[in-house]
Write a protein that binds this ligand. Structure first.
Ligand code: GGG
Length: 358
């Protein structure tokens, strides 16, 4: 029996700061059109949360923000961060509480060199760079545990504790193995550092190894994260799915975006696989204050994140249509923003992707 297509979806939008406010409207336009082609209606509700809100009110979101967001089918996030607001405030008062409260423990980040993009690695084709990172998104190095003592003195001490649980590693590893099983190469690279982190990463290795026994059709190899970073550059064609801790995945996916040509093309999905809470979709880039306001930010990462959102809601045809349109615009010499060597602006690229939907 085929599942019926959802007819409407309610999506909370937090465009946030900087270029988030430029790329998210572009993504919304494309999503409306792509979903509308199947007769689906998307209702977007925008929330003014972010650094400007913080500067006015002293908090990044309203006190009831998480309760409000819990009523939506999904959350579409732009970027947070602005000069004058410490980065740990913008991340710890908006992105991380949403991920943690809604148990979005999977951070899925595709990293693909699209046809026609001049990536920085000489001689590499799209077949060589086609990876997905499954980053643990609820604990690890971003558990928030720790503190500072003797502030402002020469005796100051800071402690940041990574929290790794058997359950947290087991569930992210299973998600990654299941994804690897559905991909042609069926390869899984586990990012570790158990030679130096003798508690957390040894537990990580043990749990990943025990989960591997349930997925014998997947070839799983562990790599120390430093060696894996080098391998992504020197032998990207050997990497398929990566499973990583929170911090390692954050770093590896910026690297993966860079070898795919630009951070401006890299989407991310913060997924609650059990669907007990809404999932959140975002470009992986930040607010880019250096180019904010110029209208030249690449909207592809946001459009692609929007496609992942629709796929999560069961609108798979709309997802496929959006990804094909991105591939067509980039691959057939359509408009490009400066990060990809072009001179087009955000709106030109979004309009070209909308026109390429079919
Ligand atoms: N696109 C959302 C954004 O602003 N990301 C910036 C960032 O540093 N995020 C931290 C993370 O992904 O953990």
């Amino acid at each position: 029996m085929t599942a019926s297509l959802p007819r409407t979806a309610r999506i909370a939008v937090i465009a946030g700061d900087g270029i988030g406010t430029e790329v998210i409207p572009a993504g919304i336009d494309v999503m409306h059109r792509a979903a509308g082609m199947d007769g689906c209606t998307l209702e977007f509700t925008e929330f003014p949360w972010g650094c400007e809100y913080y500067q006015r009110t002293g908090t990044m979101m309203s006190a009831d923000a998480l309760d409000i967001l819990s009523d939506f089918d999904a959350i579409y996030l732009g970027a947070v961060g602005a000069p004058g607001v410490p980065d740990h405030v913008s991340v710890w008062e908006l992105i991380l509480p949403i991920r943690q409260r809604f148990d979005q423990y999977v951070n899925l980040r595709p990293m693909r060199l699209l046809q026609g993009v001049p990536g920085p690695l000489a001689g590499r084709s799209p077949a060589d760079i086609d990876m997905v990172c499954i980053r643990e998104n609820s604990e690890g190095e971003y558990s928030g545990l720790g503190g500072r003592m003797h502030r402002g003195t020469k005796h100051e001490v800071a402690e940041q504790t990574g929290l790794f649980t058997w359950r947290g590693i087991d569930r992210i590893a299973r998600y990654a193995f299941e994804l690897a099983q559905r991909r042609p190469r069926k390869l899984l690279a586990s990012a570790t550092k158990s030679n130096a982190l003798q508690h957390s990463m040894v537990l990580w290795d043990e749990v990943v190894e025990s989960v591997a026994a349930d997925y014998t059709d997947v070839t799983c190899r562990k790599y120390h994260v430093d060696a894996l970073a080098a391998r992504m550059v020197t032998h990207p064609q050997t990497i398929d799915v990566i499973v990583s801790s929170n911090l390692f995945g954050d770093i590896l996916t910026d690297l993966g975006a860079a070898i795919s040509g630009s951070l401006g093309v890299a989407p991310g999905a913060n997924i609650n696989p059990e669907r007990t809470h809404p999932s959140m979709f975002e470009p992986i880039h930040g607010s880019a204050p250096d180019i904010a306001g110029k209208g030249i930010a690449n909207p592809i990462a946001s459009i692609w994140a929007g496609a992942l959102l629709l796929d999560h809601l069961g609108m798979t045809a709309a997802h496929d249509r959006m990804v094909r349109a991105i591939e067509r615009v980039v691959g057939e010499g359509g408009p490009r923003t400066p990060d990809l060597g072009g001179t087009a602006n955000t709106r030109d690229v979004a309009a070209a992707v909308t026109d390429a939907l079919s």
